[in-house]
Design a protein around this ligand. Structure first.
Ligand code: XCC
Ligand code: SF4
Length: 659
């Protein structure tokens, strides 16, 4: 049976590029998704498959069937899910490790081009980890902090340090069921071990191991990645950003940075501003050098440096198809191998930079934080040299403005003011019912569903229902592309109560909180909301839901799991990898809800995602004895609507609102 045609994207820029990709006969993830048939057993839909040993692989397609070793359906389903979670935790955490090494090199004065950009954050993070700061030199504190971070990866016993920053009640939940991570690497290894043939064969117990590994990501590797990035590159605050393929320039050298780690991309940001290199670009006939990001790298450099984003995950091939990209510089994660195949039709050079990642057909220029700036300059110079090789260029003229960079610190300041930083106004707005609850829309694009369609359907419905949305990763780029991260989006797309809040504080209704490792910022925000008062005293009390409606990566599963284990109800879209096992579906649903107050569900239909989200928020409101949500009570106050601001150009709005 031929597959039903999936509309590739709701993004006009994507559709424009895909049209001529088709004319040129170049395949993309969109066409391949259309042509390929996911294995019904591997996908967990009509069976489940184990290849953990070579007596098999074993496929289970009926209840009661077992593998050659006797492994049951639920054991295999649990093992597969646990391994995926460990894969995601490994990726995030390894990113954190690399940042810790960069921080260490900075402390020792060995990291060319890097510095401590946010000393206040350094001191705050050091204090969190019990590192003395008073009267000490910045370098000494930095070195202690870097060593502390590095030690947590190889730590064998005890508890990860960030665990003690969670709400006290939550810490008790974790200690009672023994899921407090001991060391970051240790927990990943633990899963690889216990899912080997002949080890842990109790589905519920396997998944408790996965819960601990996920916590080592969220409250370990990812949290370190976020905090160290802020220390090295600055804690984000609102700025002006631009989105989509229209940010590429017809008359400038276009360099795209794609992947995840800000270490490299920050140096490329520095290199493209080098007057000598700009002059060199002019000597080749270009008007200048234009830098843009893709995927999480783009979130990192947009929220700190205002570098525009060429788009989310499914835009990586499309950017090359414009014919306008001289170099696409990649590091780790979410980089499609097809980039080199697409680039072979154009002049674009794909440059891999991580010692961990090479792609056949790409140029490898290995990155080393000790000579970062030199390497970044070399890469930019290559891109400039490639400019004269450009052929025909077709850039869709589609862009959108947005305001990125709402860090936890900035929210605290923005809500409370300089002298009394606080989350109280947010808690009070939720308690009063102006804001019904909070949803985090995060995660990937997946060509198995229409690009951005599910993100946008879910987000727009929630906003109409006065649910404040925070967003990270490719979901954030989606929200940005359709104008939901501009202040004026509050005026016509948002319920009356939420609109009052957005207008009073001067925020867009969807807050950009950063990259995928920055989902750790959401844990910090939730912790602060839980300890501020008025919304219970644990993360599981807060009327909040986590959503990843177009997920595809193992990292998304790791994020979802640490959120659930932290007390959040998480709904992922697309389809369930454990659908065939009712037992495992029950464990991550009912059983985890009893243990952790959060549960993990997979729901394909966007309207059903919205319905369950709102139902959960209302249930949590009722449990807190808050007044039931009533949209008619709000919308009349707010003496001077911000309409005035929103008629100004974006730069001026920013100046008036954020100073
Ligand atoms: Fe990758 Fe972080 Fe997914 Fe986007 S959202 S496709 S993981 S880049 Ni994390
Ligand atoms: Fe089959 Fe068991 Fe080996 Fe898995 S571990 S492949 S179920 S024999």
């Amino acid at each position: 049976m031929p597959k039903a045609k999936i509309t590739p994207s709701i993004d006009p820029a994507a559709c424009y590029v895909l049209d001529y990709a088709e004319l040129m006969g170049i395949s993309t993830a969109f066409t391949r998704a259309q042509d390929s048939k996911p294995c019904p057993i591997g996908s967990g839909q009509s069976g489940i498959c184990c290849k953990n040993c070579f007596m098999g692989p074993c496929r289970i397609t009926k209840d009661g069937q077992v593998g050659i070793c006797g492994a049951t359906l639920e054991t295999i389903a649990a093992r597969n899910l646990a391994r995926a979670i460990a894969g995601g935790a490994a990726a995030h955490s390894d990113h954190g490790r690399d940042l810790a090494f960069t921080l260490q090199a900075v402390a020792k004065g060995e990291a060319q081009g890097y510095e401590i950009r946010d000393e206040a954050k350094l001191l705050a993070v050091a204090a969190k980890h019990g590192i003395a700061t008073k009267g000490r030199k910045i370098n000494e504190i930095t070195l202690d902090l870097a060593n502390k971070a590095i030690s947590e990866f190889g730590q064998q016993r005890g508890e990860l340090s960030y665990i003690s920053t969670a709400p006290p009640k939550r810490q008790k939940v974790w200690r009672d069921v023994r899921v407090v991570p001991r060391g970051i690497d240790r927990e990943v290894v633990d899963i690889l071990h216990r899912t080997h043939i002949g080890d842990d064969q109790d589905a519920s117990h396997i998944l408790m191991g996965a819960a601990r590994t996920a916590l080592a990501d969220g409250w370990g590797g990812s949290m370190w990645a976020t905090d160290i990035s802020d220390i090295l590159f600055g804690t984000p605050s609102p700025g002006v950003g631009q989105m989509n393929l229209g940010v590429l320039k017809t008359d400038e050298v276009n360099v795209i940075v794609h992947g995840h780690e800000p270490t490299l991309s920050e140096m490329i940001v520095a290199a493209v501003q080098d007057p000598d290199l700009i002059e060199y670009a002019r000597s080749k006939g270009a008007q200048g050098i234009n830098l843009a990001g893709i995927c999480c790298t783009s979130n990192e450099i947009m929220m700190r440096q205002g570098i525009p984003s060429a788009g989310n995950f499914l835009h990586q091939e499309l950017a090359i198809l414009t014919g306008a990209v001289e170099a696409m510089v990649v590091d780790v994660q979410c980089i499609m191998q097809s980039l080199t195949a697409v680039a072979s039709h154009f002049h674009t050079e794909i440059i891999t930079t991580s010692p961990k990642v090479k792609i056949a057909g790409a140029t490898h220029i290995e990155f080393d934080e000790h000579h970062a700036l030199e390497i970044a300059r070399e890469i930019v110079r290559r891109a400039i040299d490639n400019y004269p090789n450009r052929g025909e260029v077709r850039i869709p003229q589609v862009t959108e403005n947005m305001v990125p960079g709402f860090s936890h610190e900035y929210l605290n300041y923005m809500l409370g003011g300089y002298y009394r930083q606080s989350f109280r106004p947010l808690n009070e707005a939720i308690a009063a019912g102006r804001i019904r609850g909070v949803a985090a829309d995060v995660g990937c694009n997946n060509p198995g569903v229409t690009q951005d369609a599910v993100h946008m359907e879910v987000i727009s419905e929630l906003l109409k229902n006065d649910v404040l949305v925070v967003s990270t990763g490719c979901g954030a780029i989606a929200a940005g592309k359709y104008g939901y991260m501009r202040g004026e989006a509050g005026l016509d797309k948002v319920g009356p109560g939420l609109r009052e809040i957005c207008e009073t504080i001067g925020i867009p209704p969807v807050l950009h909180l950063g990259s995928c490792v920055d989902n750790s910022r959401i844990l910090t925000v939730l912790t602060q909301m839980a300890t501020e008062g008025g919304l219970g005293d644990d993360i599981s009390d807060i009327p909040a839901v986590g959503l990843a409606p177009e997920w595809m990566s193992e990292k998304a599963l790791a994020i979802a799991t640490y959120a659930v284990v932290s007390g959040v109800y998480v709904i992922m879209g697309v389809r369930s990898p454990v659908e065939f096992s009712d037992a495992v579906t029950d464990i991550i649903g009912k059983e985890w809800e009893e243990k952790f107050g959060g549960k993990l569900e997979f729901v394909t239909d966007p309207q059903e995602i919205v319905r369950r989200t709102i139902e959960h928020i209302d249930k949590k409101r009722a449990a807190l004895k808050l007044p039931p949500y009533d949209p008619n009570r709000f919308g009349a106050s707010g003496d001077v609507p911000l309409q005035y601001y929103f008629e100004l150009p974006l730069e001026q709005q920013m100046a008036e609102l954020y100073g």
